[in-house]
Design a protein around this ligand. Structure first.
Ligand code: ATP
Length: 233
């Protein structure tokens, strides 16, 4: 496994947000974490990227223990997060936002820019436009493109469909699937369980800080309990 989380606990003061969480992601896999508001999905990503400390358990990445590594050391190791709410530099152009993703890398980013524009043609057409003037879906594409510019070994996506109209949600999930097909390893955190399970190789259901179910995306989509609790079916 590329990523192996075992027995992970995380707290906010005395509030326990994660309890003994086990999650694994293999090279090239698309794994989803689904769960209701407040289940601990964002906390799991924050603990993974190193901006929130683990209070117990271990995180192993590419064979090494990264549980106590700083956030920037994890980025250097290849764990790159697309944050919830995109967090772009609105006045800067689309292309400048994308170039910021490559700041750590020494080589020239032209080739990577080409790959991002091939994946998101709408961005190529708007490369000189201030990112803040784009639609929500296009801004999500910039945020994903910026993360790709860092050439991640593991891409963490936090609620990419948040706040988007259904048509754009479909477009974003198609893009996530295309990234996976090009070989990117992805951990996707989503409240939109239907869309996430439909494209995930495997998934975990998180409830009040614990993993209560795990399986292939298809198996969880068909699971009666999941359908009632998360899919509104
Ligand atoms: P959302 O979909 O709202 O992002 P989530 O599944 O990502 O939900 P978390 O944000 O990880 O859930 O929250 C998990 C638990 O930790 C919740 O009970 C939440 O109230 C609590 N929590 C989150 N952030 C803080 C904080 N900064 N201080 C105190 N408690 C927090």
């Amino acid at each position: 496994m590329l990523l192996e989380i075992t027995g992970l606990d995380a707290h906010y003061g005395r509030i326990r947000a994660l309890s003994s969480v086990d999650v694994a992601v293999g090279e090239g896999e698309l794994v989803a974490i689904v769960g209701a508001n407040g289940a601990g999905k964002t906390t799991l990503l924050r603990t993974l990227s190193g901006v929130h400390p683990a209070s117990a358990g271990t995180i192993r990445f590419d064979g090494g223990d990264i549980t106590r590594l700083s956030a920037h050391a994890r980025v250097a190791a290849g764990i790159v997060q697309v944050p919830e709410g995109r967090q772009l530099f609105g006045p800067l152009s689309v292309e400048d936002n994308l170039r910021l993703g490559a700041f750590r890398r020494r080589h020239r980013p032209e080739e990577d820019l080409g790959r991002v524009y091939a994946m998101f043609p709408a961005l190529g057409q708007r490369r000189r436009q201030p990112a803040g003037t784009l639609s929500g879906g296009q801004q999500q594409m910039v945020a994903m493109g910026r993360a790709l510019m860092a050439n991640p070994r593991l891409l963490l996506l936090d609620e990419p469909s948040m706040g988007l109209a259904p048509l754009l949600v479909a477009e974003i999930f198609k893009a996530v699937q295309a990234l996976k097909e090009q070989g990117t390893t992805i951990l996707l955190v989503e409240q939109n369980a239907t869309a996430a399970l439909a494209i995930a190789d495997r998934a975990y259901v998180l409830e009040t800080g614990s993993v209560t179910l795990r399986g292939t995306g298809a198996a969880l989509l068909a699971d009666e309990g999941v359908r009632q609790a998360y899919l509104g079916l």
